[in-house]
Design a protein around this ligand. Structure first.
Ligand SMILES: Nc1ncnc2c1ncn2[C@@H]1O[C@H](COP(=O)(O)OP(=O)(O)OP(=O)(O)O)[C@@H](O)[C@H]1O
Length: 702
């Protein structure tokens, strides 16, 4: 992609001499540097309590020093000198005690209360402003007649410190007392604001901010000795409420003791759609793109999102401007957060959205301006690409993300991959037995519960399935088969893989055993294909332990399947207040989460409960010991069944009863017959109609 020249540069080229001169002039005589960088607002800390704190109530205690209470008449006794011998009443003793505690608290914040009396107004030196140059006693302190509470206010206009406390308030409000300064009423004349000089107009023009926009927003200038600074005027209902200045060093400061509000506040009154930007320049830029319904925050962006809970409005000092404008913001149904694209800008968007309500917030994506970097803010888009591009950015604003709330659009990449089958195995891997092809295919991320009466061949069948999957799709597996000795498990897997018996033993039926070479090659295959999850000591592993190791096997060896065989060999200790049903449900949730997160298929072997009156048929999935959740929560439910009694039928026949398939892409319920080769442990598809075509009523099709 070609880098486009900023509009301002094009402007420079189109009238190069004039504009270059202007730029040069600005470099030297204008108080403003050229536009290369965008600013991040930083207010110099001018005094310990800046105006943002001022609108805060002083204390949680009612700050009404003049309010009387029921003690007023009685307690006046406390101010009358008493004879020494006089026995104090309980009330008087209480007053004395309270007052002495109160005095200690007041003294702690610098008030000289020795001469103060309860029930009176006292004039003291204000510990906050020390009475200014004149050192006047400007602090009016009122102590309640019962000596239990005090409230004060400094009448000096520049101070205005207010507060209150109680002798026995759990936490003294003294420590919370915050100076509240009366908001000044200001005028342009008083601030000596002037129309912008030509140099400043040229400076704005370089940023594509027109004179008309500047005038509409009453952008002014102010002289400080030999310096001229920009004055951004803040209005509410047309009246000037504050003014923010920007000097040559891109330093910002605001008129003291003025209310913090959004810049351009009057422009959003009654608007249902509003835009919030991070700086005054961006507000002006938005206007150039035709968006008047835009305001700027007055204080720039925080370095990061606060990890704390949202404070209450009166404690929310940094964002007090939002609360001061809550009535105007409340009317909006759609708030587009067009803050800077850098991390602080995004943190600001999050802080704004937290307060405004994410459900009505939208956010913008700033366009690329180079190969790798994006435009940072509205003014940069205006300068690089012009007003139409900025308009497009706003028109393409997207919903502000809310954690946990999604749209299908958010998943289109995944859905596309599913449709085009680009990830592989979307419709499952076949088992390798063609009579099972329609019934059961193995989809990554699913959970299959396998059950069957003891010795039915569950483990054997799963092993054979894994061998097939390895052969068909090259999958690797993690085996957590606690019942199997490792060497026996190796034997069974090798026999299936090499299709030869491990030994020349009874079961070998004169079939030649695997050769040493085949055995050695088989060992390599075993090592390459399987990871073993085993508890080396005597203790039983719990499900978390198994899943943690399975995760390691996924990440280390890329396994695509996990076998947990069987359920009852795991440690299932549960909290005393948890039922087995709740426990099983939670455990299966963990397993499913693991499966989905790692795209790993999990086979979980669970035994049926003891079957009384068992007549030799396949058990029901609801017979699984422990909980109905096994069948409720699994994606696939399979019962392995075989005939044991030669009189009842051929004993090499194995019935694979697919009783539940949640995902129709993976298969459907039904039975298939496999033939078991006792010599090699292999299974082959039998071309025999399954007895289950009588279909069990318990079959579940979802
Ligand atoms: N169809 C079959 N015919 C004959 N023997 C079989 C058949 N299927 C499995 N076997 C044998 O039954 C034994 C037990 O098999 P397997 O361990 O797979 O059963 P299981 O159902 O997992 O048992 P358990 O319930 O004890 O975990 C093995 O020796 C296996 O060779």
């Amino acid at each position: 992609m070609h880098l486009r020249f900023p509009h301002s540069l094009r402007l420079l080229f189109s009238s190069s001499k004039l504009t270059t001169m202007t730029t040069q002039t600005l470099f030297h005589s204008s108080p403003f540097p050229p536009f290369k960088t965008t600013h991040r607002h930083r207010f110099p800390h001018r005094r310990p309590f800046f105006t943002v704190f001022c609108s805060k109530p002083i204390s949680r205690n009612p700050p009404s020093p003049l309010r009387t209470n029921g003690y007023h008449g009685d307690a006046s006794h406390a101010s009358i000198p008493r004879p020494v011998q006089y026995d104090k009443t309980p009330l008087e003793k209480t007053v004395e005690l309270q007052f002495s505690i109160l005095k200690t608290k007041l003294k702690a914040v610098g008030m000289e209360t020795e001469l103060c009396e309860p029930g009176q107004h006292n004039h003291l030196l204000c510990p906050e402003c020390l009475g200014g140059d004149q050192q006047e006693k400007s602090l009016s302190l009122y102590i309640s007649p019962d000596g239990g509470s005090a409230a004060w206010v400094c009448f000096r206009g520049k101070c205005g410190w207010k507060g209150s406390t109680q002798a026995f308030a759990g936490r003294s409000s003294l420590t919370k007392a915050i100076p509240v300064q009366k908001k000044r009423e200001i005028t342009e004349e008083e601030l000596q604001l002037e129309p912008l000089c030509n140099e400043l107009l040229a400076y704005f023009s370089e940023r594509l901010i027109s004179k008309e926009t500047l005038e509409r927003n009453s952008v002014k200038q102010r002289r400080y000795h030999d310096q001229i600074v920009i004055a951004f005027t803040y209005h509410r209902n047309g009246a000037l409420v504050s003014c923010k200045y920007r000097d040559i060093n891109k330093k910002f400061w605001q008129e003291e003791n003025t209310e913090k509000i959004l810049y351009g506040l009057d422009d959003i009154v009654g608007q249902s759609d509003i835009i919030i930007v991070e700086g005054e320049m961006d507000k002006l830029a938005m206007e150039e793109a035709g968006f008047f319904n835009c305001v700027s925050v007055p204080d720039g962006a925080p370095p990061s999102v606060s990890s704390k809970e949202l404070p209450s409005p009166d404690q929310d000092k940094k964002y007090q401007y939002l609360w001061n404008c809550k009535d105007e913001l409340k009317q909006a149904t759609r708030v587009i957060l067009a803050t800077d694209g850098d991390p602080p800008g995004q943190a600001l968007a999050e802080e704004l959205a937290r307060r405004i309500g994410k459900e009505k917030c939208w956010r913008v994506r700033w366009p690329k301006k180079g190969r790798s970097d994006n435009c940072k803010d509205a003014n940069e888009v205006l300068m690089y690409f012009g007003p139409d591009a900025l308009k497009e950015v706003i028109e393409n604003a997207e919903l502000y993300p809310i954690r946990g709330l999604f749209n299908f659009r958010d998943y289109f990449d995944e859905i596309n991959a599913y449709y085009h089958q680009t990830l592989g195995y979307e419709i499952g891997v076949p088992t390798g037995w063609n009579n099972l092809n329609d019934l059961y295919n193995i989809v990554p991320g699913e959970l299959t519960i396998v059950t069957g009466v003891p010795n039915s061949g569950k483990s054997e069948w799963i092993d054979a399935l894994l061998c097939n999957l390895n052969q068909i799709a090259g999958w690797k597996f993690a085996l957590c088969s606690m019942e199997n000795k490792v060497r026996e498990h190796a034997r069974k897997l090798l026999e299936k893989h090499l299709k030869k018996p491990f030994f020349n033993a009874r079961y070998g039926e004169n079939v030649e055993r695997m050769s040493v070479e085949e055995f050695e090659q088989g060992k390599l295959w075993l090592s390459d294909t399987f990871s073993l999850i085993r508890c080396e000591d005597d203790s039983l592993p719990n499900i978390s332990w198994v899943l943690a190791l399975a995760k390691a096997a996924v990440l280390r060896h890329g396994v695509r399947g996990l076998v947990i065989d069987p359920y009852n060999e795991l440690d299932h200790q549960r909290p005393p207040n948890q039922t087995e049903t709740e426990y099983v449900s939670q455990m299966l949730t963990f397993i499913k989460r693991f499966a989905q997160h790692h795209g790993c298929h999990v086979w979980f072997v669970a035994h049926p409960r003891q079957l009384h009156n068992w007549v030799g048929g396949p058990p029901n999935l609801y017979d699984i010991s422990g909980s109905a959740h096994f069948i409720n929560k699994c994606d696939n439910g399979i019962i392995i069944h075989r005939i044991r009694d030669p009189e009842a039928g051929p004993i090499d026949q194995v019935q694979v009863c697919v009783r539940k398939v949640r995902n129709k892409v993976a298969g459907t319920v039904g039975d298939a017959i496999l033939l078991y080769n006792r010599v090699t442990g292999e299974y082959t598809a039998a071309d025999i109609e399954s007895p289950a075509d009588k279909r069990s009523p318990s079959a579940i099709k979802r």
